[in-house]
Design a protein around this ligand. Structure first.
Ligand code: GDP
Ligand code: GDP
Length: 433
């Protein structure tokens, strides 16, 4: 899927526009997962073309000064990672020095850039927008994020330049993406697996390396390992910023089957790791969590259990996820990690025969039927797994609108108990029959 990044200085209206574009879809996603989500990454579509949208500014917490320090890096990263860039400016303020700086960086990139002049809410503002020609772009798009005017023309042109999604551009081999925060041990893990120094491992964040997919064979199973540490190339980048780890992970996650999420067990499963976890979940990818640097953790007989409980707490409500405690340094359980990823891959591709599904699920539903709603009884008659790349189930019933999230969770738990879906998000639909 294509990635579109919105860049620009603070307060020009990036997040307002971002929210407008993803709103319709998010409403749907939320009712399904009911989980907290990253508010700066979402999916949108226009004229039937889907794309991922990233509000880069959303990742900057703090004052304008901090933004000024980071803006070059953000724009560079957007240029590296995005397929198209929306450069937003604000007609109320006119052209500022920072706008000029950003424009200069963007003009040097080969990626398509759309200059978006926001807050053009009224006719007189249309004239004011003309001054943005000074930024050196051939065209600009006057819009109002608040009332939506002008956004149609912008989106028409935007989706024109987005590459067609090529379903089979990549090999059919399963793809495992190794993701996580900087210094979690991703490269060390891949090195340990490959058993040769093809990757330079170092303590310094941002060493020059190239992105590498490694074809790998283990347990008679062939797959591609996608290294996201490898695509970290610019030095001096403050990679600790949430923005970088998320941005770097987006494409790898979208294009993989299973996410191998490496975190540093000495540092915890914090907000940044959680964001990457939710990115995987929201894209319906399989997930394996690797608690790395386990060699550094002082342990007694309870430590593993406690760590497992803690990580699962952070993952709620999607807790049916395998966690492997390992050390890339001592190579403890590195093969177990891969074996688990292979299991998750199989779970994600699992197809359950309709007859088996109904034989299993209907008695369970009968034993615990949906609660009556407004005096009406909901009767589930039939269920089937949909032919999607990840597990989706449709339950057919008389009154789908009366089935609520708690019952959906009940069904999901039953599916997980009866059939192994460890590490894989499940989607459930209620349909009228
Ligand atoms: P960001 O920092 O670039 O993400 O900017 P925000 O989306 O947070 O918007 C900054 C301010 O501009 C908020 O007060 C918005 O309500 C306002 N704003 C955003 N879009 C428009 C618009 O199209 N017209 C007007 N008049 N105000 C807007
Ligand atoms: P990346 O940025 O996620 O690719 O992390 P690296 O693989 O470059 O590792 C960052 C640092 O952590 C390096 O100094 C590694 O030697 C160290 N490291 C990685 N895995 C382990 C581990 O399992 N145990 C210990 N003690 N150190 C590790």
């Amino acid at each position: 899927m294509s990635i579109v990044a919105i860049v620009g200085r603070p307060n020009v209206g990036k997040s307002t526009f971002f929210n407008r574009l993803i709103q319709r879809r998010e409403a749907i996603v939320d009712s399904v997962s009911g989980v907290t989500r990253d508010r700066h990454y979402g999916k949108s579509d226009w004229n039937g073309k889907e794309f991922s949208l990233i509000d880069t500014g959303g990742y900057v917490v703090g004052s304008d000064d901090i933004f000024e320090e980071e803006i070059d890096r953000q724009v560079e990263l957007a240029i590296d990672e995005a397929d198209a860039i929306l450069f937003m400016v604000d007609v109320e303020n006119g052209v500022t020095g920072m706008d000029e700086e950003v424009a200069q960086l963007l003009r040097r990139s080969k990626k398509p850039v759309f200059l978006v002049v926001n807050k053009v809410d009224a006719a007189n503002r249309v004239h004011d927008a003309v001054e943005f020609y000074s930024l050196g772009f051939e065209k600009y798009y006057p819009i109002s994020s608040i009332n939506g005017s002008g956004s149609g023309d912008l989106l028409d042109d935007l989706v024109q330049v987005l590459p067609e999604t090529q379903e089979d551009e990549e090999s059919d081999l399963p793809r495992f993406a190794v993701v996580g925060r900087p210094n979690a041990g991703k490269s060390s893990f891949i090195n340990a697996l490959i058993g040769e120094e093809r990757f330079v491992v170092t303590d310094i964040a941002g060493t020059t390396r190239d992105s590498i997919d490694t074809k790998y064979n283990r347990f008679g199973f062939e797959f591609n390992l996608v290294d996201t540490a490898g695509i970290r190339r610019k030095s001096k980048v403050k990679e600790d910023l949430e923005f970088y780890s998320v941005m770097r992970s987006v494409r790898a996650i979208e294009h993989c089957d299973v996410v191998i999420l490496v975190f540093d067990a000495t540092r915890g499963f914090d907000g940044q790791v959680q964001n990457i976890f939710w990115l995987a979940h929201r894209n319906n990818k399989g997930v394996v969590i690797l608690a790395n640097k386990w060699d550094l953790v002082e342990k007694d007989h309870k430590t593993t259990k406690e760590m497992e409980a803690y990580v699962k707490k952070q993952c709620e409500p999607f807790t049916d996820v395998p966690i492997v405690f390992m050390s890339a340094l001592t190579k403890q359980r590195i093969y177990k990690a891969i074996e688990t990823a292979v299991d998750v891959y199989k779970n994600r591709s699992k197809r359950i025969k309709t007859s088996k599904l109904n034989d299993t699920m209907l008695p369970l539903i009968e034993a615990t039927p949906p609660p009556a709603y407004k005096g009406k009884y909901v009767k589930i008659k039939f269920c089937t797994q949909l032919p999607t790349p990840y597990p989706c189930f449709a339950f057919f019933c008389n009154l789908p609108q009366y089935l609520k999230d708690p019952y959906k969770r009940f069904l999901e738990n039953q599916l997980r108990n009866q059939f192994d879906f460890n590490g894989v998000p499940i989607t459930i639909y209620f349909r009228k029959k």
